[in-house]
Design a protein around this ligand. Structure first.
Ligand code: 5GP
Length: 124
């Protein structure tokens, strides 16, 4: 699949420093920041610095180094915000919306990390 990336999307503008963000963690290939409209006491967005539209684009287009950096950064974010179970945290949920049916609002791949309360059951 050939993806067209919109360089004017809000997360691209955050990555260029045109819009401020409340950073939780920054690594070589990844940025994590608090969501502007939190849906739970903990709501952090983790994004790759590379120009990827969604999970499929990232998984097929990013290097192994970028993917490893992103995955480890996301796990580190969970520890930083105190959500990691077994390390004093109460747990968390990761979500990535893609496309129309997934109701993806921002066309730059991102992982939501939600926690800080017991989240409603989504899958039965
Ligand atoms: P999506 O529906 O694309 O998975 O989620 C996009 C998320 O980005 C939403 O939860 C929304 O609140 C968040 N968001 C949109 N604009 C901004 C912004 O300018 N700054 C931050 N920190 N979050 C944003």
């Amino acid at each position: 699949m050939a993806y067209t990336y919109d360089p004017q999307n809000i997360f691209a503008r955050i990555l260029r420093g045109e819009i401020p963000n409340n950073t939780v963690l920054e690594t070589e290939h990844t940025l994590a920041f608090h969501d502007i409209g939190p849906q739970a006491p903990i709501h952090v967005l983790v994004i790759p610095k590379g120009a990827y539209v969604n999970f499929d684009h990232f998984a097929t287009g990013a290097s192994a180094e970028e993917i490893a950096d992103f995955t480890r950064a996301a796990a580190e974010v969970c520890r930083i915000v105190g959500a990691t179970p077994g390390e004093g945290g109460g747990g968390y949920r990761t979500i990535s919306n893609a496309g129309e049916a997934g109701v993806q609002e921002v066309p730059h791949y991102h992982l939501h990390i939600l926690g800080g309360r017991v989240l409603g059951r989504m899958l039965q």
